[in-house]
Write a protein that binds this ligand. Sequence first.
Ligand code: IDP
Ligand code: MG
Length: 156
Amino acid sequence: MAIERTLILIKPDGVQRGLVGDIVSRFERTGMKIVGLKLMQMTNELAAQHYKDHVSKGFYAGLVKFMTSAPLVALCVEGPKAIENCRKLMGKTFCTDAQAGTIRGDLGVSRGLNLVHGSDGPEAAARELGLFFKPGELLEYSRAIDAWSWNDEDKV
Ligand code: IDP
Ligand code: MG
């Protein structure tokens, strides 16, 4: 089973609405491990790099304005198939379409104000983690409970 790392952002609406604890908990309680965590404000430069694939889209300007408007929380989450699992926990892009049980489905009612970002593949995860974290800011550590969260049998 591939152990992956992925970038999660709790967007400014999540911070403003006091949902940081709830959202972090949804990733944490799966057994995945938080290996990086910071409160920061996205600059226009960082937004341009992070959302470079969306630059030609009609919603790009509004997206950058939203993402730079107030602090966000950046997380690096590690675990088996972490990239796909985090996307599953987040739900569909627009909260209006996201299933109950997902972060966007449970906590949001908007389209663009959708609370979280999660990398959508291994290349994006590596690139995005490099934008938000310096190498020394992502830690390697074990927890006593790790063997009960994912273990060697997962490799079978
Ligand atoms: P994702 O966050 O589910 O991966 P993307 O298609 O990568 O969705 O879009 C990036 C972000 O841009 C979304 O999370 C959302 O905040 C915003 N966005 C995407 N499409 C629209 C739109 O049509 N209107 C407004 N905002 C949008
Ligand atoms: Mg995306």
